[in-house]
Write a protein that binds this ligand. Structure first.
Ligand code: PEP
Length: 250
């Protein structure tokens, strides 16, 4: 089965609404013909402006987080139906920065994944190891466990559409990319655990991205690996050069 590649930009806490629109306007003509799913994930306050700016293009929009409750006394949080009403299609869940700075556990990630799916948002679930964990040789075990917990109680027909981003923490924002072999090994292990939880057909349709210092120079080699279905891109998604990552195949 040929999975369509998915290349998403995680803008993190960067860009005001007007800066966001400027970047979208610059990128639009450059990514519009790409045969991959392109997703921009700006900060919450930029979502309406970005959604408006991408109208009529092949670009989808994702949020960087959401709460797992429907509504209520959760000051500063954003509920899934708020994202849905805006027209948001994807939501990043369990990014390592959320896990590290905002105490998101695997169990919280699972709650968010279930809630996103209930609202027909496609979760981009982030998993990945620290440098210490890699050096201890526990990367695959850890990522398997993160994946299993994140997908707990997710039905097979929904799991098919889920995106999992393998993001080694030591590679995020460091300029230190995993080699294509390292990334492929873990992405293949993720697909394997998905096959064990569900079956081969779910594992064949679920997309696994690599993230961690992806740039225009290394994207092609990474994305050509058999189990890597695109990338989640941080720093390099904030510049017009992001179009070169999207068009890695040209
Ligand atoms: C990310 O934050 O998801 C990421 C991969 O960042 P960067 O590309 O900057 O390493």
């Amino acid at each position: 089965m040929m999975r369509k590649k998915i290349i998403a930009g995680n803008w993190k806490m960067n860009k005001t609404p007007s800066e966001a629109v400027k970047l979208v306007e610059e990128l639009k003509p450059l990514v519009n013909t790409a045969d991959v799913d392109v997703v921009f994930c700006p900060p919450y306050v930029c979502l309406p402006a970005v959604l408006d700016a991408v109208k009529g293009t092949n670009i989808a929009v994702g949020a960087q987080n959401m709460h797992f409750e429907e509504s209520g006394a959760y000051t500063g949080e954003v509920a899934p139906n708020m994202l849905v009403e805006l027209g948001v299609k994807y939501v990043i869940i369990g990014h390592s920065e959320r896990r590290a700075y905002f105490a998101e556990t695997d169990e919280i990630v699972n709650k968010k994944v279930l809630k996103a799916i209930e609202h027909n948002l496609i979760p981009i679930i982030c998993v990945g190891e620290t440098l210490e964990q890699r050096e201890q040789g526990i990367t695959v075990d850890l990522v398997r466990l993160q994946t299993k917990i994140a997908l707990k109680d997710v039905p097979a027909e929904k799991a098919k559409d889920v995106v999992i981003a393998y993001e080694p923490i030591w590679a995020i924002g460091t300029g230190k990319t995993a080699t294509s072999e390292q990334a492929e090994e873990v992405c293949a292990a993720i697909r394997q655990v998905v096959a064990e939880i569900y079956d081969a057909s779910v594992a064949e349709s679920l997309r696994v991205q690599y993230g961690g210092s992806v740039n225009a120079a290394n994207a092609k080699e990474l994305f050509e690996m058999g189990n890597i279905d695109g990338g989640l891109v941080g720093g390099a998604s904030l510049k017009v050069d992001f179009s070169k990552i999207v068009n890695y195949n040209d």
